[in-house]
Design a protein around this ligand. Structure first.
Ligand SMILES: [Zn+2]
Length: 281
């Protein structure tokens, strides 16, 4: 317990330093993407984060106060589905990889303005990222939660709105694409990781409803490779069905994306607050 707390405080401090640095330089808080551009592997990334934190802690005041729950900067990993050679769903001129990247950036902008959440995107542009790498990238920056954004293309138009998934068996949903050559095979998440993911998923689903966004009446399950983290509670969010022209138009609207981002921000904040309390018991 104490170790967990110390780990959290250490990480928060480190992140606050980076937050300050990026605010000062007027650049994005999405530092992981910037570091990624230099093609650093995870070990190098960690080394640089630590070395940078030590160097900066001497010159940058840590002004951001810890909130009541004790965590100052929780990292929200946002994973825009598909990208590059994998376009995802393509319906009536709409392309899933583009739509979800836009939604992910909108959500990141929103989180960036919050005092306690730091967004990290697994892809910032139209690049192809293997599924396991998305999880590993999130874990390498110490992600606290992992949110993968997608849009459906289901044949039968079902007017069901947003569907939130956690890792689990579901015979009706295929396991997803094969691994890329050299891609790491991740073991399935532990029971406690899955339970935490379900708590996060349910909170997001209910808060979307609270903000007037229609959702499926339950949290769904699928064996998606991006939901395999054992460290980060992970959910996959299908924003809507692109086959339904009305729904497609709705989810790409600025009004929807604003409401969606607000609802997710609130849900993630409340979830992390509760999990912190839970860990403190
Ligand atoms: Zn997708």
């Amino acid at each position: 317990m104490l170790l967990r707390l110390l780990g959290r405080v250490g990480r928060s401090t480190r992140l606050r330093v980076f937050q300050e640095q990026f605010l000062r330089s007027g650049r994005s808080l999405l530092m992981g993407c910037e570091i990624r551009d230099f093609h650093l592997n995870n070990r190098e990334m960690r080394r640089i984060l630590l070395a940078g934190a030590f160097a900066l802690s001497a010159i940058v005041p840590l002004s951001a106060p810890a909130n009541a729950a004790g965590s100052a900067s929780d990292i929200v990993v946002i994973d825009p589905g598909h990208g590059g050679k994998n376009a995802g769903a393509r319906v009536h001129g709409r392309v899933e990889k583009e739509l979800v990247l836009k939604a992910a950036r909108g959500l990141a902008d929103r989180l960036q303005k919050s005092k306690t959440l730091v967004p990290y995107l697994t892809r910032w542009d139209d690049s192809f990222v293997p599924l396991s790498d998305r999880v590993l990238r999130g874990e390498s920056v110490g992600g606290d939660v992992f949110l993968s954004l997608h849009a459906d293309n289901v044949r039968r138009v079902r007017d069901r709105g947003v569907v939130v998934f956690v890792y689990g068996m579901n015979e009706t949903i295929p396991a997803g694409p094969k691994r890329e050559p050299g891609e790491k095979k991740l073991p399935p998440p532990t029971l406690s990781a899955r339970r935490a993911s379900t708590r996060l998923a349910e909170r997001i689903r209910l808060n979307l409803q609270k903000h007037g966004i229609r959702t499926a009446p339950y949290v769904d399950k699928g064996r998606f490779a991006v939901l395999k983290s054992r460290q980060m509670p992970s959910v996959l969010i299908e924003l809507g069905n692109l086959r339904d022209p009305k729904e497609a138009k709705l989810i790409e609207s600025a009004a929807f994306q604003e409401r969606f981002s607000k609802a997710v921000e609130e849900a993630v904040s409340a979830f992390l607050r509760d999990e912190f309390k839970r860990a403190g018991k």
